[in-house]
Write a protein that binds this ligand. Structure first.
Ligand code: ZN
Ligand code: ZN
Length: 500
């Protein structure tokens, strides 16, 4: 009995020691996070001052610091941006919060909660409230901090609420990011009434546009309803499959969904169902072959031939050798439709390290600068001399060309792009689209029974949409069901032969 009690006391003591150590470690991490944030903010300030001196616009000076940090730490530029913004806010407007964070009395999430809640508050009110909130934060979690601080704010500055709401609504956004296994996360901040309107509409569609036998859950129907609002159909189609479905009549008149407004890079063999290599959904990443074929069903095609089969001279050689004859299109600043589509398909995304902006939303930037006064002497408008760059990284390259930063952006053969930071660190990116368009790994087609495959509804291919060179290939496009059937038939034939 006594032994047993001793045991329990020892366990209690051990657990307390663990909790105590946890608290210490958590505080030490906060100290280091505050230090990391301060260093990032210092680098930003340094680069900003340099660039302002070099005549870079007020709005953009210093923005390359986040890319530089991303390369140094293998961190996303967005994470660096968020930390720099927090650092600037705490430096300029939240001294008590900065002090508590640097001392490890509050952590990063708590500091962020304070910064966000006080973001749109006038200086006089914030100066009064901020020390109080920082003190409260030491004993409360981020959600509680926000709620309490909001209440204090309404008490201290009731007439400012309308202004704050307006400012907060100005920050409304929708973002879509890749999630696992071919799904995406849609994240949005909307004015409260707009958010409620959207949700009510999705709920109404889910409950009135499908019958009780639809195989989807209400949650799934609401998700499909959101897409239906955008794809031109405007309504859900019941998937019960019953001819006597009360929605059958109206479903029959629903227009077909509009073409998918995405870019998919897929190898010809995979598109034809001969292989199951993954495909590239621009701005998203790898998707499985079946999903790519489903998306391709109503697509417009650009044929991209293998660049290794038609080796082009390296960029530098184009400039160096005088015998290279330039075509008229190479001497125009804007690339033609074919070259543009090809460069975007090969590159897949913006070519800066860690940047996820899909190539379709990028500028095509001349690596060797185009010379508007004498096109023959400058960089030409060729596939090798063009690269996909988002606005921000296009600016970085332009500033580099104009000596308004100390970056170097170097194109190597094979479309490799090397980014050298002002401190001499370097990161090289490869074109993301190439391994999807021209895979070197052979992935055999999936034929096993029981593999769940979404069946296309309607005709598998409308040859009217296909374009010349692709037509031949598209005739051999198999739907997953047809493919299964073809392999099954082949197996039966083999077995029959074996049994004879
Ligand atoms: Zn139904
Ligand atoms: Zn970029």
């Amino acid at each position: 009995m006594i032994e047993c009690m001793t045991e329990t006391a020892a366990e209690l003591f051990a657990a307390r020691a663990v909790i105590e150590e946890l608290r210490v470690v958590h505080s030490e991490i906060a100290v280091l996070e505050a230090k990391q944030m301060a260093l990032m903010t210092a680098l930003y300030t340094l680069r900003r001052e340099e660039q302002l001196d070099l005549g870079v616009a007020y709005l953009h000076a210093g923005e390359d610091a986040a890319t530089e940090i991303g390369i140094a730490l293998k961190m996303s530029q967005r994470s660096a941006d968020l930390l720099i913004n927090l650092g600037l806010d705490l430096n300029n407007r939240c001294p008590a919060t900065l002090e508590a964070f640097a001392a490890g009395r509050i952590d990063l999430a708590q500091a962020r909660a304070i910064s966000q809640t006080l973001a749109n508050v006038p200086d006089s009110v914030r100066a009064e409230l901020e020390p109080k909130v920082a003190g409260y934060a030491e004993d409360h979690d981020p959600a509680r901090i926000k709620r309490t601080a909001r209440r204090w704010l309404l008490e201290a500055d009731p007439e400012g609420q309308a202004v704050r709401r307006k400012a907060a609504e100005a920050d409304r956004y929708v973002s879509i990011s890749a999630a696992d296994d071919g799904t995406a996360v849609v994240d949005a901040v909307l004015p409260a009434a707009g958010g409620q309107t959207l949700y009510e509409r999705l709920r109404e569609m889910a409950s009135t546009q499908v019958c009780g036998s639809d195989p989807r859950t209400t949650t799934q129907c609401r998700a499909d309803a959101l897409v239906a609002l955008a794809d031109g159909t405007g309504r859900l189609t019941c998937q019960c499959g019953r001819p006597d479905c009360p929605h059958a009549e109206i479903d029959a008149t629903t227009p077909a969904p509009r073409k998918v407004l995405v870019q998919v890079g897929v190898s010809a063999e995979t598109l034809a169902g001969l292989r199951d290599n993954p495909a590239l959904l621009a701005g998203f990443g790898a998707i499985d072959a079946d999903l790519a074929r489903q998306l391709a069903r109503h697509a417009r095609f650009d044929i991209i031939t293998d660049p290794t089969e038609t080796p082009a001279a390296p960029v530098r050689a184009v400039k160096a050798t005088s015998e290279t004859t330039s075509t008229a299109t190479e001497l125009r600043y804007r690339p033609g439709i074919r070259v543009a589509a090809r460069v975007r398909a090969l590159d897949g995304t913006c070519r800066a390290p860690g940047c996820q902006i899909p190539a379709a939303a990028t500028d095509l930037d001349h690596q060797d600068r185009f010379d508007h006064t004498n096109p023959i002497s400058g960089g030409h408008t060729t596939e090798d001399n063009l690269g996909a760059r988002c606005r921000r990284h296009h600016r970085l390259k332009t500033h580099s060309d104009n000596h308004r930063n100390q970056w170097q952006v170097i194109h190597h053969p094979g479309r490799e792009v090397e980014w050298v930071t002002p401190t001499g660190e370097s990161a090289t990116t490869t074109p993301e689209g190439v391994p999807f368009l021209f895979p070197t790994v052979f992935v055999p087609p999936v034929t096993a029974d029981g593999v769940p495959e979404a069946e296309p509804n309607g005709s598998i291919w409308d040859p009217g949409i296909a374009e010349s060179e692709m037509t031949e290939l598209l005739h051999v496009y198999y739907s997953p069901a047809q493919r299964r059937e073809a392999f099954r038939a082949a197996r039966h034939a083999r077995q029959a032969q074996h049994n004879m």
